[in-house]
Design a protein around this ligand. Structure first.
Ligand code: SF4
Ligand code: SF4
Ligand code: SF4
Length: 250
């Protein structure tokens, strides 16, 4: 597991201003827009939830990423800083990563002649690899999204929960989900759902998704048959198919 740095999102501090969305789009050369869901041009979006709160959505940058574990050509990989990054030049377009992600994050460029898998890269090339903070954290006006060492962010998150237990849900989302993620979130107490994926296994997922797939040469049909055997993946097939249909139809 690799986790050096990460992001902490504090739902109770988020103003819903959308500055993080716009900064992310600018950093990645995407058209500026109000994002309403994760898609090929929106690596993050902020949605209103009940209780007066706003919730950010983005790749969680798992410490042991299932998306990377199923990629037959290692087009997805985790860096020493903890960012899960993608190399479009070697991607086969098999979309196993899309199916494997427990948070339903990666999207596919259905409308492009040269489709890529798209998701937050923690601004790795342009910023984090140069020692700078990600674009979203750099513009957040209220400290709702902050960048730092994961251990320090976890300490901050737990400190806030401890100091104001009546305000926060007693859990750091991402501390244990999928074995632990570099992006973590703390949520305000509300009866409403945050829109975050619930029931994500607390163990790292690659043992389920088949770490050995990385070692198999480009034998896509064989890999496909093997994947079909994994209950974890097939259980979610319908969800993905529905989402992809929506993506295709714009
Ligand atoms: S920039 Fe900060 S305050 Fe504004 S929507 Fe994003 S996380 Fe919330
Ligand atoms: S959240 Fe999904 S896409 Fe992001 S690193 Fe984890 S498995 Fe990969
Ligand atoms: S870390 Fe970078 S790529 Fe990820 S949501 Fe923030 S601005 Fe976008």
């Amino acid at each position: 597991m690799t986790m050096g740095c990460g992001l902490l999102f504090d739902q109770t501090l988020c103003l819903g201003c959308g500055a993080c969305e716009l900064a992310c789009q600018k950093e990645h050369g995407q058209p500026p827009h109000k994002a309403v869901k994760l898609d090929a041009d929106s690596f993050t979006f902020v949605g209103r939830v009940e209780g007066g709160y706003f919730q950010r959505h983005l790749c969680m940058h798992c410490g042991d990423p299932a998306c990377a574990s199923v990629c037959p050509v290692s087009a997805l990989r985790i860096t020493k800083e903890g960012a899960v990054v993608y190399d479009a030049s070697i991607c086969l377009g098999c979309r196993y990563c899309v199916m494997a992600c427990p948070f339903l994050i990666p999207k596919y460029e259905w409308n492009s002649p040269f489709p890529r898998v798209r998701k937050c890269d923690l601004c790795y090339e342009g910023r984090v690899s140069k020692g700078e903070e990600p674009a979203c954290a750099s513009v957040c006006p209220n400290g709702a999204t902050v960048f730092g060492e994961r251990a320090e962010l976890l300490r901050i998150a737990k400190g806030r929960i401890q100091r104001e237990p009546e305000k926060y849900i007693d859990e750091v989302y991402g501390e244990y989900q999928a074995g632990g993620t570099s992006v973590m979130m703390i949520l305000g107490k509300t009866t409403a759902a945050s829109g975050l994926r619930e029931g994500v296994l607390l163990d790292a997922l690659p043992p389920l998704t088949g770490r050995m797939l990385r070692k198999i040469p480009v034998a896509v049909p064989v890999v496909g048959l093997m994947l079909a055997g994994f209950y974890f993946l097939t259980k979610r097939k319908n969800d993905i198919a529905k989402e992809e249909e929506e993506e295709k139809n714009g």
